[in-house]
Design a binder for this molecule. Structure first.
Ligand code: GTQ
Length: 358
């Protein structure tokens, strides 16, 4: 019986493989060989959890600073590449992240592209980024937006190096083959608006009575200063019970819509109070974290219960939590974490899922 069954199986197998070879030149391929990968039972990301310790990364960033100018590099950035998908310039399948350095006196020349960018300031105060004719000064913990297709240049007119985390939707725009880019003949764009004018218009829970926002689907606030987000979280801690999974966590908003500040990327800031030992949860949006203050630890677990990662983090470290890997955060001294993810895209598709494990 067995022999007959396996002979039949083998002859089918041989005939099937011949079929695959015969249809190959017509650019045809059988679905049934790949269906389980195309339509997984649950997300199985090729991305791995990873941590970039700032004390390890910083010396190399400074070495890059000695070897290439911001102007020659256009953007002097060390890309945070996910170890599971090396060579793709991506930190998750959907997102790009890198650490950008601008040294005193340098300019990163003006250009624009359809990819949206966020900046989260990691070290140094007083560099600027200019968007659409307005400058904003960068301070650690500030979250700054470069909306799609807006001219932007960065510069450092202070005496210290300035480093920030760049988060871009490069892989998403690449997936759609929808990228355009242009260099501005003006290296540093002409300023049209006084610094602070867009914050005055949109940053105080008030918005202009007439007219539409300047950036289409992107928030008209292009800098969300840390002092405000920090204050909000500290106040929350005084007056509200903490969430067992997140501690105190808020999401940044586009004041014109109440939605996410950018069409492709959601941003969050959270405070884990001293002694926090969180419960585990997992989400379908992979997230990139920048540690703003304090220190703590992360435990990540795969869907089958296997340990994915366990590490300690401290201020200025960065880490990535892949889709559907559960995350558990702890902090003895307390800490503040910034994070961003591709959640708006998943919300637009109606597929975002979160599971809070006990
Ligand atoms: O600052 O415009 O890290 O265009 C990658 C691509 C930064 C930027 C990056 C970019 C930029």
């Amino acid at each position: 019986m067995n022999t007959v069954a396996s002979t039949t199986t083998n002859s089918f197998q041989i005939a099937r493989e011949k079929l695959y070879r015969d249809i190959d030149s017509l650019n045809l391929t059988p679905l049934w060989e790949v269906l389980h990968n195309l339509v997984p039972v649950h997300p199985k990301s090729p991305c791995l959890p990873a941590l970039w310790r700032y004390e390890q990364v910083r010396p190399y960033l400074m070495r890059a600073g000695e070897l290439i100018t911001a102007e020659e590099a256009v953007r002097r950035v060390l890309i945070l590449e996910n170890p599971g998908i090396r060579g793709k310039s991506s930190i998750t399948q959907a997102l790009y992240a890198g650490l950008q350095l601008i040294l005193p006196g340098e300019v990163a020349p003006s250009h624009r592209h359809t990819q949206s960018a966020l900046r989260f300031i990691v070290e140094g105060s007083g560099a600027f980024t200019a968007v659409n004719g307005e400058r904003t000064t960068m301070k650690p913990g500030d979250f700054i937006i470069t909306p799609s297709w807006t001219w932007h240049d960065h510069g450092n007119e202070v005496q210290e190096p300035v480093v920030w985390l760049d988060g871009l939707d490069i892989p998403i725009v690449g997936l759609l083959d929808a990228g355009f880019a242009q260099n501005n003949p003006e290296k540093t764009q002409a300023l049209k608006n006084q610094e602070g004018s867009s914050f005055a218009r949109y940053g105080y829970n008030m918005v202009p009575v007439r007219g539409e926002g300047p950036f289409g689907k992107t928030s008209p606030i292009f800098s969300y200063p840390y002092e405000r987000s920090r204050e909000a979280l500290h106040q929350l801690e005084q007056c509200e019970a903490l969430d067992d999974w997140d501690g105190f966590k808020l999401r940044y908003v586009n004041p014109l819509t109440g939605g996410y500040p950018m069409p492709t990327m959601a941003t969050f800031m959270q405070r884990l109070p001293a002694g926090f030992s969180g419960k585990a949860s997992r989400q379908t949006d992979s997230a990139v974290y920048s540690v703003v203050e304090g220190s703590g630890s992360a435990v990540m677990t795969y869907a089958d219960g296997a340990e994915a990662a366990q590490f300690q983090f401290t201020a200025r470290d960065h880490f990535v939590v892949p889709s559907w890997v559960s995350l558990q955060l702890k902090s003895d001294p307390g800490c503040v974490l910034f994070s961003f993810s591709d959640r708006p895209v998943q919300d637009a598709l109606g597929i975002h899922q979160e599971e809070r494990l006990s």
